[in-house]
Design a protein around this ligand. Structure first.
Ligand SMILES: NC(=O)C1=CN([C@@H]2O[C@H](COP(=O)(O)OP(=O)(O)OC[C@H]3O[C@@H](n4cnc5c(N)ncnc54)[C@H](OP(=O)(O)O)[C@@H]3O)[C@@H](O)[C@H]2O)C=CC1
Ligand SMILES: CC(=O)N[C@@H](CCC(=O)OP(=O)(O)O)C(=O)O
Length: 363
């Protein structure tokens, strides 16, 4: 995992007149798979040639996702049935823990963006501690590049395997990394309070995600023990130039999609909340997907639904020397499939916004 300083999108190098890139989506019957299909159907340079499912294999997309019925997509197949000679690029949208074997077995000529957590933690011991088993492909782990697109463009550009960031880590790191690089916030006292829609847990039936367990209420989970904490700490420690720990508490909200992260920081070196805002505004001034809202306007999940946007803002706290940062993303888009397509665009030299020029649905 590497991180570089942000730089604005470069001129695209892919020639749109050449043959389309043939894309396979592994785990197409899941939520992130559906979002990959929805967005890639409007991508000018790719053709979806292969879709896999496990229990849903053998079924047409029209049955599994009726909203995608009319776009001529191929039927879902089992992974074993895939002809890899017909595939140039793979999106791997399988549950974490299952993708290490799958990606290790792919032909090395195929570029891959993995949406799972399997290749995000550079230190395989940290991975084993948080995911409960030894990493099965440590060489690939070393090769993988962490795909926080705006902040690691050069790494992603040269990668064969990109580890797409987790949804909570995307929402937290996009504002915090530039502020730590600028030395404007204390590294050791960061508190991230985050809320997610239920689609963050995937489409698989689980008791915790039943309507009766989620509707008309909100609850924290994974308190002081969520596996996204080490992922966030990895990126923030690199930016701070020192190891750090964060206080991170996720909450489940009665909504289908969206993440809102409210982050509490202690200001450093005489910086003010206005300075933090100015740093973020300058860092992301030329970015198509990351926006600092006008002063005093708080981002909401409703403002990003269905889009690849991350909206953010900074507020002065009433407590002296502190600031509050609010960031919002759609967990299925900037937090998963949208960022994965952004990474593919960078890896293959497409215009970075190709397939992603989606205006949020509101309200
Ligand atoms: N949901 C979100 O907001 C985010 C998800 N992610 C990550 O992206 C990945 C996909 O997430 P999501 O789409 O939500 O998950 P889902 O549970 O909705 O979908 C999982 C997909 O994987 C397939 N699958 C399950 N088990 C296996 C297996 N053993 N072998 C082959 N295929 C299998 C399923 O097939 P079938 O249904 O046909 O059995 C389905 O297509 C996960 O690693 C997740 O952690 C990352 C960021 C955000
Ligand atoms: C609401 C909900 O359950 N969210 C998921 C995170 C989704 C995500 O980014 O997961 P990966 O790291 O596995 O890719 C969770 O808390 O585990």
């Amino acid at each position: 995992m590497t991180a570089t300083s942000p730089s604005p999108p470069e001129e695209p190098s892919h020639d749109p007149d050449t043959a389309p890139v043939r894309v396979a989506i592994l785990g197409a019957s899941g939520y992130t798979g559906a979002e990959l299909m929805r967005l890639l159907l409007r991508h000018p340079g790719v053709q979806i040639t292969t879709l896999t499912g496990e229990r849903q294999a053998g079924r047409p997309v029209a049955e599994v996702f009726p909203h995608l019925a009319s776009f001529g997509l191929p039927d879902l197949v089992k992974m074993e049935q895939v002809d890899w000679a017909n595939v140039d690029f793979v999106f791997c949208a399988l549950p974490h823990g299952t993708t290490q074997d799958v990606i290790a077995a792919l032909p090395k000529t195929i570029k891959v963006c993995d949406l799972s957590a399997d290749f995000r933690l550079a230190n395989v011991e940290t991975y084993a501690k948080w995911y409960g088993h030894a990493h099965k492909a440590p060489d690939l782990q070393r090769e993988a590049v962490y795909g926080l697109s705006e902040l690691n463009r050069t790494g992603v550009q040269n990668a064969r395997l990109v580890a797409n960031p987790g949804c909570y880590p995307t929402s937290a790191q996009l504002p915090l990394i530039p502020l730590l690089l600028a030395g404007q916030v204390e590294a050791q006292e960061i508190i991230i309070d985050a809320k997610s829609g239920v689609s963050g847990a995937g489409r698989d039936a689980k008791q915790a995600n039943l309507f009766g367990e989620v509707a008309e209420g909100i609850h924290p989970y994974g308190i002081a023990s969520h596996r996204h904490a080490p992922e966030i700490e990895q990126g923030l420690s690199l930016a701070a130039g020192e190891p750090l720990l964060v206080a991170f508490t996720p909450h489940l909200m009665p909504m289908s999609r969206g993440i809102l992260a409210t982050t509490y920081v202690r200001l450093k070196g005489g910086a003010t909340a206005a300075d933090l805002r100015a740093t973020l505004a300058e860092t992301y001034a030329k970015e198509p997907f990351v926006k600092v809202l006008p002063e005093g306007i708080a981002p909401q999940t409703r403002h990003v639904r269905g889009s690849n946007l991350c909206l953010m803002n900074v507020f002065a706290d009433r407590l002296p020397g502190r600031a509050i940062i609010v960031s919002a993303i759609d967990n299925l888009v900037k937090g998963a499939s949208g960022q994965a397509i952004q990474n593919m665009n960078i890896m293959l030299g497409f215009d970075e916004t190709a397939g992603l020029e989606v205006v949020p649905v509101y309200p």
